[in-house]
Design a protein around this ligand. Structure first.
Ligand SMILES: [Ca+2]
Ligand SMILES: [Ca+2]
Length: 354
């Protein structure tokens, strides 16, 4: 074997569990969506389909839905009338990354800040991976963060960024980085430092340590940062947690005593969290059997066989909003509607809220 490939393989193996969700997984090359999927086609709840691993969702000022499509290297815009257009194209992406080149990586999450749009690009091989970019035109972008050295120690850099929130307290963003089991603060000048680093954990009757693998991140009305955990292999049932992070001592990170606490426990393979306008927390769980979904074969078929869920946490109890969503990886809530990226199914769907 080419020694370089072996090194790459080893590196990928190190973070394979994190990549598993993080990179997009459609094996079959799906056709690119065309401009005819009405957002108001509520009959089947599908906003748009035929995408290559859609993930990050955001609303712009005019309430257009923006969709980050890692496997397409794009950000799409869906108007309230259902017109679909490209907001940004030619962004860095790869459809052949991770173990067995079966994974996809690219623009994963969207931030709107001071009237500008930023995307993070998850892990693949190359200087354009694991970075934050500012979109400057439909076909142009510029980096905010520097080139990531994939061989460097994992601290104070982006490794495999997944989701982000705007964070004026760090003059930029807080980014979830499953590759480093961490949250990173990124400022407007592209400086990166550790905000939280999660420890591995153990469960009964399983020898190896399990990684935390933080994924979706959201800001609470209380100012705290909330982040879900996928957990690493074997993605044990009921061991995922929503963490509440708050910088109690004001030193610019969440690394101090009492600054990270479990907020909701007993979850499984959490991929995203978001708050409704009434303060309700919505939680995406990837699959009832994430281990099987990711063990190989056709990930899309696997995910259809073991769908995920969206749950609602009202502060005291969990209820199920839907348990038929395929590999949900991103949530967006408006006053009336829950939008869900069903990544391996290549679609974004919506559920009316009452
Ligand atoms: Ca999210
Ligand atoms: Ca602190």
């Amino acid at each position: 074997m080419n020694p370089y490939l072996k090194l790459v393989a080893r590196k990928l193996h190190l973070s394979a569990h994190q990549i598993a969700i993080i990179a997009s997984l459609l094996i079959i090359a799906l056709s690119v969506a065309c401009a005819s999927d009405p957002v108001d086609d509520v009959d089947d709840g599908i906003v748009i389909e035929g995408l290559t691993s859609p993930r990050g969702l955001a609303l712009d000022r005019d309430e257009n839905l923006l969709i980050a499509e890692p496997g397409g290297g794009r950000v799409l815009k869906v108007t309230r009338d259902g017109d679909v257009s490209s907001f940004a194209t030619d962004l860095p992406y790869s459809v052949k990354t991770g173990p067995e080149a079966a994974y996809r990586a690219g623009p994963s999450a969207i931030s709107l800040l001071d009237g500008e749009l930023y995307v993070i690009v998850g892990e693949f091989i190359g200087d354009e991976s694991a970075r934050l970019y500012r979109i400057t035109s439909e076909t142009e972008y510029e980096p905010v963060t520097p080139v990531t050295d994939g061989w460097a120690p994992l601290d104070n850099r982006l490794s495999n960024p997944y989701d982000l929130i705007n964070a004026p307290e760090v003059d930029g963003w807080i980014v979830s980085d499953p590759g480093g089991n961490s949250l990173r603060a990124v400022d407007m000048d592209g400086n990166i430092y550790d905000y939280v680093v999660f420890d591995n954990f153990t469960i009964p009757d399983y020898e190896a340590e399990i990684e935390m693998v933080p994924t979706g991140i959201a800001r609470g009305a209380d100012g705290a940062v909330y982040v879900g955990s996928l957990t690493g292999y074997p993605y044990p049932t009921g061991e995922a947690v929503i963490w509440r992070v708050i910088d109690l001592n004001g030193d610019g990170d969440g690394m101090d005593e009492g600054e990270v606490e479990p907020y909701v426990t007993g979850l499984t393979a959490v991929t995203d969290v978001t708050f409704g306008t009434d303060g309700t927390l919505y939680i995406a769980e990837f699959s009832t059997d994430t281990e099987t979904v990711l063990q190989g074969g056709d990930f899309s078929e696997n995910a259809e066989s073991y769908p995920g869920r969206v749950l609602r946490w009202n502060g005291s109890e969990l209820t199920v909003v839907t348990d038929t969503v395929v590999s949900p990886t991103s949530l967006l809530v408006t006053e009336s509607t829950l939008y869900i990226s069903e990544e391996f199914a290549g679609r974004v769907s919506k559920v009316p809220l009452d």
